[in-house]
Design a protein around this ligand. Structure first.
Ligand SMILES: NC(=O)c1ccc[n+]([C@@H]2O[C@H](COP(=O)([O-])OP(=O)(O)OC[C@H]3O[C@@H](n4cnc5c(N)ncnc54)[C@H](O)[C@@H]3O)[C@@H](O)[C@H]2O)c1
Length: 331
């Protein structure tokens, strides 16, 4: 199939692009490279540097090739930044997303697979979280993801668009060539590994008085290759729906640090800091819906394996991708 991947120079989009190409699909990546990395874009893909908010560019892109589907990863994704600058989040995650949807509608692109998030559930009391759990986001990032899911629902009803929202829990891990590089990095596993490598003086543990077994926050980590595989499976769906994507097992911050110490054979310094605003104690997925409907199964569910893959990648790329200069020139 011919697929347009927005945000394909970023962490999850680049891995999905690689896997789509490995399975014989034809991929065009559209990314403005403000957060993405040119080296993360598989050479077999066509690459367009540009913004999903650029209607002229989208028109040109869609008139050149008739795409079967869009995989929409492009977004602003930092929770604290979304609280301090909600305008950016509504502009990029909703308004720019609408621009993409309009261009799809004008060019009759039938399908979109959207990167949603467990952030739409806010702070649920009951674990594990199913797709029916009440949606109650607690920050603008989560609100924009939920808003876009709703837009997709109404576009689907009115215009026949097929839209699948994949609600990822915590994406983690790496492939041989592709890993996680965000600036700033707010995710736990890359930061613990940076501390193991000596690039950070310690790991901050934000709160150790949560109502969890060891007092630290519990999260469900899912390997990016399992996320990529779920995207590819959803291509065959002819309906509008949403699926959770997680392993169904939660690990606390302390467990992640201890597992990393075992993997790296290094003692990792930690510092207890105050809780971060809006961090729920626990987020664990029930992903039975996608297992039943699409036969998806996580192939890499073990935390140790997830961390090992990320550790190998970081050791080979201690400075991450190396195109800071190119990136700055690019925009
Ligand atoms: N990483 C996670 O744990 C996680 C969890 C849940 C949901 N998600 C969602 O998955 C998607 C991908 O996440 P990621 O971690 O790979 O993020 P990322 O920041 O690594 O990748 C996003 C990419 O989109 C590009 N981009 C952003 N806005 C754009 C625009 N207007 N036009 C063109 N390109 C644009 C960036 O340059 C970047 O390359 C996001 O939508 C995110 O909200 C991620």
């Amino acid at each position: 199939m011919k697929i347009l991947v927005t945000g394909g120079a970023g962490y999850i989009g680049s891995v999905t692009t690689q896997e789509l190409l490995n399975q014989g699909h034809e991929v065009t990546v559209l990314d403005h490279l403000k957060e993405g990395h040119p080296e993360a874009v598989d050479k077999r893909a066509d690459f367009i540097q540009g913004d999903i908010a650029d209607a002229t560019l989208l028109k040109k892109t869609f008139s050149k090739k008739s795409f079967d589907a869009v995989m929409h990863f492009a977004a602003s994704c930092l929770v604290p930044e979304s609280v301090s600058n909600p305008s950016l989040y509504y502009q990029n995650n909703v308004t720019a997303g609408l621009c993409l949807l309009e261009a799809m509608r004008e060019n009759q692109i039938p399908k979109i697979i959207f990167s949603s998030s467990c952030a739409i559930y806010g702070n649920p009391e009951k674990m594990p979280i199913t797709e029916e759990t009440h949606r109650s986001p607690t920050h603008p990032y989560g609100e924009t993801k939920w808003a876009f899911e709703n837009i997709l629902k109404w576009y689907s009803q009115a215009y026949g668009l097929k839209a699948v929202s994949l609600r990822y829990f915590n994406a983690a891990g790496a492939t041989e060539k592709l890993g996680e590089v965000h600036d700033p990095e707010t995710h736990l596993i890359p930061n613990v590994l940076k501390a193991a490598l000596g690039h950070l003086p310690h790991v901050e543990i934000y709160g150790n008085d949560y109502p969890t077994p060891d007092g630290t926050c519990v999260r469900d980590y899912i390997h990016i290759l399992d996320i990529a595989q779920a995207h590819i499976l959803t291509l065959k769906l002819e309906q509008t729906t949403a699926f959770n994507l997680g392993n169904g097992h939660g690990y606390s911050v302390k467990e992640v640090i201890q597992t990393t110490e075992r993997v790296c054979r290094i003692k990792i310094p930690t510092k207890i800091s105050p809780r971060r605003w809006g961090d729920p104690p626990s987020l664990i997925a029930n992903s039975q819906k996608i297992e039943k409907e699409l036969g998806w199964r996580p192939r890499y569910p073990a935390l140790e394996g997830i961390i090992t893959s990320a550790w190998k990648w970081l050791q080979n790329h201690p400075e991450g991708y190396s195109t800071k200069t190119q990136k700055t020139e690019a925009h």
